[in-house]
Design a protein around this ligand. Structure first.
Ligand code: SF4
Length: 277
């Protein structure tokens, strides 16, 4: 990182400004520190637009020219899910975090930190492989047997459709994992997002054909049994997905599967021993 001292962009005494205290970290196993940057206040600005401004002139409040801040972003409209980070200690999407709502009157400090439940790749960018591994575990997709036109799919009731639509708005941002006390850096609890996606694909008329595989994906270490019902996930989800309902629904499905397994195993035992059937 270049720490050469340069002249900071002048900030007028009469200009309202905002100070950003930003976590800097060169790589996953590196020590981190905070850098402070001060920029002029602009009404209606969001955190991403301020990060862009800092990127254009990465000079700290004490006059050091440093490497530009790294963060993930793509759509800038809360669809891609990549800009989730801790903003003033709470996980949110940087694209929809408006400065006006984060600061009080006069000069204010906004602290930006990477999510802590995922390995930092650099500065505010994290590696969310953990989430994608969980989606693979629950087979959060519908297998198709070709790309040819299969005609219209099975009909869905409007009631089911409205539930499925809401579940389908998950943007894999990771906020629910970040807020969950059961998710830690050294365990493999899958978190609420994958559980909710298993519910979504099990509701789909075609997806139902693989529902048992998804339910089995929720079972075992790191699965739905590790949920501690803290309910933080539902409070931070930017898409307001009913995650606690999804967890309750899928818990019931797992319980049913466990009972089925016990029943069929007992049947198998009876046949094997010639006992009364
Ligand atoms: S369920 Fe909500 S908080 Fe969790 S990854 Fe999806 S959109 Fe983000």
């Amino acid at each position: 990182m270049d720490h050469a001292t340069t002249t900071q962009a002048p900030v007028s005494n009469t200009t309202k400004h905002v100070t950003f205290r930003i976590w800097r970290q060169d790589g996953p196993d590196q020590q981190g520190h905070y850098d402070e940057f001060r920029i002029a206040y602009r009404p209606g600005a969001n955190v991403v637009s301020c990060l862009m401004e800092i990127q254009r002139n990465p000079v700290t409040t004490d006059g050091r020219k440093v490497a530009p801040v790294i963060w993930d972003a793509a759509c800038l409209e809360e669809v891609c899910g990549s800009c989730a980070m801790n903003i003033n200690g709470r996980v949110r999407m940087a694209c929809s975090a408006l400065i006006d709502r984060l600061i009080g009157g006069g000069e204010s400090i906004i602290t930006l930190e990477p999510m802590k439940k995922f390995p930092v790749t650099r500065d505010l960018a994290v590696n969310r492989d953990r989430m994608f591994d969980a989606l693979k575990r629950v087979k959060a997709w519908i297998p198709i047997d070709g790309t040819h036109n299969l005609g219209p799919g099975p009909r869905q009731s409007p009631a089911d459709h409205s539930v499925m639509y809401k579940l389908s708005t998950c943007i894999t941002c990771g906020s629910c994992l970040e807020a969950c006390p059961q998710v830690t850096v050294d365990n493999d609890f899958m978190g609420a997002a994958a559980i909710s996606q298993a519910r979504l694909f099990n509701m789909n008329p075609t997806g139902k054909m693989n529902s048992e595989e998804r339910v089995r994906g929720l079972m075992g270490p790191g699965g739905i049994q590790d949920c501690g019902k803290a309910q933080n996930c539902v409070k931070v989800c930017p898409k307001e997905i009913p995650l606690t309902t999804s967890i309750a629904v899928m818990n019931r499905e797992v319980s049913k599967q466990i009972i089925k397994d016990i029943f069929f195993n007992q049947e198998g035992d009876k046949k094997a021993t010639g006992g009364p059937g």
